[in-house]
Design a protein around this ligand. Sequence first.
Ligand SMILES: N[C@@H](CCC(=O)N[C@@H](CS)C(=O)NCC(=O)O)C(=O)O
Length: 384
Amino acid sequence: MSLLSKGIGRLHSKNILNGFQLVTCRKYASKETPSFVKSALKVSAVGVTMGALVGTGYTIHQQNKPRGHILNEQNVVEMIKDVPKIKASRSIRIPGDNSGLKLTLYQYQTCPFCCKVRAFLDYYGISYDIVEVDPVLRQSIKWSTYKKVPILVAEENDGYQPLNDSTMIISALASYLKDNKKELPEIVKYFPSIEFYDDNGVRKNEIMNRYFLMLDNPSIQKYSDKELGEERKWRKWADDVLVHTLSPNVYRNKDEALQAFNWFSEVGEWEANFPSWERNLIVYVGAGAMWLIGKRLKRRHNLKDDVRQSLYDECNKWVRAVNKKGTAFMGGDAPNLADLAVFGVLNSIEGCIAFRDLQQNTKIDKWYSSMKEAVGNHEGSKFI
Ligand SMILES: N[C@@H](CCC(=O)N[C@@H](CS)C(=O)NCC(=O)O)C(=O)O
């Protein structure tokens, strides 16, 4: 054994001894406490105090976190003077469109909320331009304070009126088409948004009245209050329940996630719309990320372990409700806004394996095919 190691050994045994002394010290309150013990005590005391302070601060912060209170007055989406000119990715022109609307839809082709808006516009035979937003950099909506898609911009005489949120877009346009005494910017004022903290202290944004049509003269509605209530109920179900069954199904495993992203790329024409490095980044990174996120969403929305079953269960609920009516659609002989919303949501996964499984394992196909035909043939145009 070298001198050095002997020395270390001695030091070591001394420290062990002192450590033992420390224990006995506590017990018998020895007058002489070694200096390293004092420093250790000091460090622990500072640590404990800091811990206590941070802990107390965190508790106070949690307790004082605002809950259930409104943050601002009602905000209306204002008209804007100009929107940057961006070349449309596609232009949908429907012959005979006499809506008088000049619309641009900022969208992701396979976002369920954007699909709802397209289902509405296509069914009613309204022409519009599409700007496919790049989901990573989102350059083409930099001008907007609202950071989600869809955003629909209506060109007016004195500027541009943005409409945010799929449900609000559909309610505002349906109000405009049914009762076209009012201009869109006026109708938009009936859909203010408020920001608030929910019961868990999370900041939220809610658009008031978004499931309601704003009609000066309600008698132009051919539906009863009961039917209108039912339409609202299923529109809300499409947004709050059905839509949450999609991601865990579409991204159920890595292969399905990659297949889904390749289909998104194909129908969103990403190769034509974005540089290839960006397209590849979105496909591969997106598929991996969404596969992971899908698992979390499955827990958050309480889906069954076999996530397909949750998708089938919800769609069976819808099919039963339509069958109970005894008509082709929830709206009777023609689709209503609930039919269009549910169709839009399901249409967003049409090219995915989950959709093929849904067709094979439920009876959704009859209603879905009728909807596809009605939307594709712009059958609603005869109502405006
Ligand atoms: N409530 C909104 C939800 C819109 C929404 O969440 N859109 C997603 C795309 S599916 C989005 O834009 N998320 C933000 C992002 O991609 O950065 C609506 O109905 O339009």
